[in-house]
Ligand binder design. Structure first.
Ligand code: AHG
Ligand code: MN
Ligand code: MN
Length: 337
């Protein structure tokens, strides 16, 4: 019989995990003395918006919201009904949270000022409300990407406020509406993944401190654009073909990046004839994904080999050529540039 004075661990019959995104973030926040709970409120708003969008994405045909909205967004792209819907859901859910000063969206030309620093706006949130939305009509995985920055009350312009280098991000993450609905986030202390348990309506912790393999022979690029790639990228692809690499490309950055984060490999969107600066946007696609990849032990650089998160943006929707993923796989690309 164990010594009765020894503290025995409690007998457990409930084996499933009981940590929700909410409790995880609250726990994280206790590590920051003086934290006011503002940050957790923002994450809970993003989580609520994600659950609403997930439901709508999974019923687009029943709700008759497939197809184009008939408007062109600031990117010069045809907006889809779901782009507009997802954008409105996030703007309205986050707009109600007192700690947000500025909201910026891929779908809106200018950032929206909700309140200024002295009115309590401590943070700015930028997002791609629906990434890969062109895949909705074939029921392929799409996602939402978000990044949280500090608001500097001394800066007056909304664009100047949000044009911060990626290394200044407070938190970043994405929601993948795939075969599961997964929420992946970093606050600078590792990458953590939650899965939506629809029966209780909560994102539940399923993996902590995700670390990418340092090497994996998978590259992810739209090879149809290869003719327009700078020579170094064409040399890299030839090398990869000769060294047993396989290719995976879904065409939704969130889906391609989730596979890269989980299994390793390298994702590339180089300069092309149509997009000489690459297609992906620095502030709300490249930077959040780069933060996650670096926190998972990977790397993220531009076509010139510069660390993506060191770039100081000058415009809200500026694009950047991108190479990100497993450390050794990014190095193999850079070696050919
Ligand atoms: P969005 O749907 O938010 O405009 O993003 C689409 C992006 C990204 O998801 C994906 O990696 C890329 O477009 C695919 O571009 P190509 O079709 O040119 O390969
Ligand atoms: Mn996108
Ligand atoms: Mn989008």
């Amino acid at each position: 019989m164990p010594d009765s004075t020894e503290q025995q661990p409690p007998r457990r019959v409930v084996t499933d995990n009981l940590v929700s995104l909410q409790s995880f973030i609250l726990e994280e926040e206790t590590r920051y003395p003086g934290a006011s709970g503002d940050f957790s409120w923002i994450i809970s708003a993003i989580s609520l918006a994600a659950k609403i969008i997930a439901h709508k994405v999974r019923h687009v045909r029943l709700q008759n919201v497939l197809g184009e909205d008939g408007t062109i967004n600031v990117q010069g792209e045809d907006q889809l009904h779901m782009d507009v819907i997802a954008n409105e859901v996030i703007m309205r859910v986050l707009g109600g949270r007192g700690s947000i000063a500025v909201l910026g969206s891929e779908e809106e030309e200018q950032p929206t000022i909700l309140r200024r620093g002295h009115e309590g706006g401590k943070y700015c949130v930028l997002f791609d409300p629906l990434d890969g939305s062109s895949n909705l009509d074939t029921a392929v995985g799409v996602g939402t990407i978000f990044t949280i920055l500090r608001n500097d009350p001394k800066i007056h312009g909304a664009v100047e406020t949000v044009c911060q280098a990626g290394h200044q991000q407070v938190a970043a993450g994405y929601v993948l509406y795939g075969s599961s609905t997964v929420f992946v986030i970093t606050t600078g202390r590792g990458v953590h993944m939650f899965e939506l348990d629809s029966s209780i309506g909560s994102f539940m912790l399923v993996q902590s401190n995700i670390q990418m393999p340092a090497s994996k022979k998978i590259y992810s690029v739209n090879e149809a654009n290869a003719e327009g790639f700078p020579e170094g990228f064409q040399k890299y692809l030839k090398w990869a073909h000769q060294n047993g690499y396989s290719s995976r490309y879904i065409g939704s950055m969130v889906a391609d990046m989730h596979r890269t984060l989980m299994n390793g490999g390298v994702f590339l969107y180089p300069p092309t004839k149509k997009h000489p600066n690459g297609k992906l946007r620095l502030l709300y696609e490249a930077n959040p994904m780069s933060f996650l990849v670096e926190q998972a032990g990977g790397a993220s650089v531009t076509a010139a080999g510069q660390r993506t998160m060191d770039i100081v943006p000058s415009q809200m929707h500026e694009r950047v050529p991108l190479v990100l993923g497993s450390k050794n796989e990014v190095a193999a690309v850079v070696a050919h540039l």
